[in-house]
Design a protein around this ligand. Structure first.
Ligand SMILES: C[S@@+](CC[C@H](N)C(=O)[O-])C[C@H]1O[C@@H](n2cnc3c(N)ncnc32)[C@H](O)[C@@H]1O
Length: 235
């Protein structure tokens, strides 16, 4: 296989389902930051992060366009995505760092556990506002609400489908719903072709002129080739 083909082929935005443990590593989350106040996970898909966070006593909500669907349809969609992504990963296994997941079967097993946990919680949460159907660059939350806003595997990753203006509007919206002194954390900063987001400097300059403090954190979720940083924005 030629080098130019060794990226993850994707049409549209996939719906994946990472667990609390993966989020914890991805954003180097400590209990101190999780217990500061309300947490929002945006583009949360079928992730079990919110279910597991609430079970641990934190106060978390999730937002994703797919939450307008019913639980059975999300489950079907998510399980199909696990099949498809496992096949795609199998074709380019050698580009990834498997030191966290071990191997493809364990990776798949973790995804299956996470979607199961998500579906149970999604059903149980019917009638609450834990899972909100929402689509960036707009969110249906009051300003200054959350102390921690997370966005995993949506912004920057699909940079070929969403332009810089979208990214800036979306990040300003994440910051709008974040309270003063709170943080917005985004991972990865890479596309599915493993290129670091090329307009990051101009985007950060625009955010800094809004008064936001930007830092790079070291992600502990090794997997995507070369992707060791998450973006941490302090409002
Ligand atoms: C790759 S999944 C990531 C799911 C989860 N955060 C994780 O890390 O496993 C990307 C998610 O982005 C959602 N999405 C697509 N367009 C969106 C938008 N405009 N605003 C917010 N989320 C969006 C999709 O529905 C999908 O669930």
């Amino acid at each position: 296989m030629s080098m130019s083909k060794r990226h993850y082929e994707q049409v549209g935005v996939a719906m994946t389902c990472r667990s609390f443990a993966e989020y914890e590593r991805m954003f180097a989350l400590e209990p101190s930051i999780l217990q500061e106040g309300r947490i929002l996970d945006v583009a949360s898909g079928a992730s079990s992060f919110v279910a597991e966070a609430n079970a641990r006593g934190y106060s978390a909500q999730a937002a994703d366009p797919l939450y307008s669907m019913d639980a059975a349809s999300i489950q079907e969609h998510g399980e199909r995505e696990i099949e498809v992504s496992t096949q795609k990963l199998n074709g380019i296994k050698e580009v990834y760092d498997w030191s966290y997941y071990g191997d493809l079967e364990r990776h798949r097993g973790l995804r299956e556990q996470s979607i199961q946990r998500f579906v149970e919680d999604f059903k149980r949460s019917e009638g609450t506002d834990i899972y909100r159907a929402a689509r960036l660059p707009e969110l249906p939350f009051e300003s200054d609400t959350f102390s921690l806003v997370l966005c995993s595997h949506f912004l920057f990753l699909y940079q070929e489908q969403f332009d810089e203006e979208f990214h800036l509007r979306a990040i300003r919206e994440l910051l709008r719903v974040c309270r003063k002194g709170g943080r917005v954390l985004i991972y990865p900063l890479f596309s599915l072709r493993w290129d670091r987001y090329p307009n990051l400097d101009s985007l950060l300059t625009a955010l800094e002129s809004d008064g936001v403090m930007a830092e790079m954190g070291t992600s502990e979720l090794v997997f995507i080739p070369g992707s060791k940083e998450f973006l941490s924005l302090k409002k």
